[in-house]
Design a protein around this ligand. Structure first.
Ligand SMILES: Cc1cc2nc3c(=O)[nH]c(=O)nc-3n(C[C@H](O)[C@H](O)[C@H](O)COP(=O)(O)OP(=O)(O)OC[C@H]3O[C@@H](n4cnc5c(N)ncnc54)[C@H](O)[C@@H]3O)c2cc1C
Length: 370
């Protein structure tokens, strides 16, 4: 039987796995719940102002001196990169009633924080071009994975019209946050208790976070010697960085200090007003002239986040490969950044997990042939 490998999820790990399997001539299909590819990678543009460019609402940086797989892939795919802007002073906001302090930003080592021109979405888009488009099925939410006594696997998914579709599978690569597997996918027979206990202890990276990007006609803060980098004990943003494209308008992005429940209670309009007020306090009245503003609260996105992710991270998390034993061994293979030991949470971890999953599939294939 020559069933395809089914990959659940079209984030960076799922797409990389599909690309590597395609390169090896191994049949695969990618099933994706959302109506878009990329998962936590999301680069937004304003439909009314596409000239402003694309801005990352998910990941933004990689660190090539430590992260060899992403550095290699970006080079192979001929993607253009540039370094995070960091010249000038940092602002520290300690008290609500006092102006922020300006401090010199210490030249830290030779560590490079690297960005992709056109946003991280450009990596996703170019990677998607390396696989046949017809193998990716959007709005196909995997609900159940079944294994019969003969060892055949069937993956069952719900489509956008509520209908169910079944996919026979040679093996299944679960390229999605492990907690989503535990919460949203039924297994028959059930997954062993030790495996479930392990996967629920892998919090989804950044799932409780939200990001805002304010776009201006130019990076005016640079003209007065500011880097755009801010640390705030006051909020609503607790960390702010320059998010300007390498050519064109200016942009600032920030991570929130407010917990998810407080953001939900306050609502988007009020949050965005507070954000602009904070930017004006920090950078002066020019910060009022926002050309576009983007907001993404990942904590309310059920394709990334489950309820446990809304609480602060505790020390009990255990990133790395889940222990798959018993009947499911060699039938389901976990990928996704949370299943990588060294770079869990990062784009690098997503890529390394995909390579590991594909190595396991190749191993299975070789055993089939011998
Ligand atoms: C705000 C933010 C900032 C970040 N900043 C950085 C950064 O600067 N640098 C860095 O290296 N990393 C950063 N990260 C982390 C990085 O985004 C992730 O490590 C990476 O994108 C994870 O990829 P993945 O493929 O493992 O998972 P995901 O991207 O989560 O992909 C999983 C996919 O599975 C799909 N899915 C879910 N359920 C189902 C189902 N039942 N059936 C079918 N499909 C399903 C989802 O829709 C999704 O497309 C950031 C993340 C966020 C949210």
């Amino acid at each position: 039987m020559n069933n395809p490998v089914i990959i659940v999820g079209s984030g960076l790990s799922g797409l990389r796995a599909a690309s590597l399997l395609t390169e090896k001539g191994i049949k695969c299909r990618v099933l994706e719940a959302r109506d878009r590819i990329g998962g936590r990678v999301l680069s937004a543009s304003d439909p009314k102002r596409p000239d402003l460019g694309k801005f990352d609402l998910g990941p933004k940086w990689f660190w090539p001196q430590y992260e060899s797989q992403i550095a290699k892939l970006v080079k192979e795919l001929n993607l253009e990169t540039f370094e995070q802007y960091s010249k000038g002073e940092i602002l520290i906001e300690r008290f609500q009633i006092k102006p922020p302090e300006r401090c010199e930003l210490k030249e830290h080592t030779d560590e490079k924080w690297v960005r992709l021109t056109g946003g991280v979405q450009s990596l996703i888009d170019v990677l998607a071009e390396t696989i046949p488009s017809e193998i990716v099925e959007l709005e196909t939410r995997v609900k159940k994975v079944q294994l019969n006594e003969a060892g055949d696997i069937t993956v069952e998914a719900e489509l956008s019209d509520g209908k169910r579709k079944k996919f026979p599978a040679k093996a299944v690569i679960l390229a999605l946050p492990p907690r989503l597997v535990a919460h949203h996918i039924e297994f028959s027979p059930s997954l062993p208790p030790n495996l479930i206990a392990d996967i629920v202890k892998k919090p989804t990276w950044m799932a409780g976070q939200a990001k805002v990007v304010a776009v201006y006609d130019r990076p005016f803060w640079r003209e007065v010697g500011l880097s755009g980098y801010v640390l705030s004990a006051v909020g609503p943003l607790e960390e702010i960085y320059d998010a300007s494209p390498n050519n064109g308008p200016g942009a600032l992005f920030g991570f929130f200090g407010m917990p998810p429940a407080a953001r939900e209670k306050m609502g988007q309009d009020k949050i965005l007003k507070l954000v602009v007020d904070q930017l004006v306090k920090l950078f002066g009245s020019e910060a009022k002239n926002v050309k576009a503003i983007f907001y993404k609260d990942w904590s309310s996105d059920s394709e990334t986040t489950v309820e446990e992710d809304l609480s602060p991270l505790k020390n009990y998390q255990s990133y790395g490969p889940p222990p798959v034993e018993g009947v499911w061994e060699k039938k389901i293979i976990f990928a996704g950044t949370e299943t990588n030991s060294e770079y869990s949470g990062h784009l690098e971890g997503a890529l390394q997990s995909a390579e590991q999953a594909v190595a396991e599939i190749i191993n299975l294939n070789e055993k089939d042939v011998s």
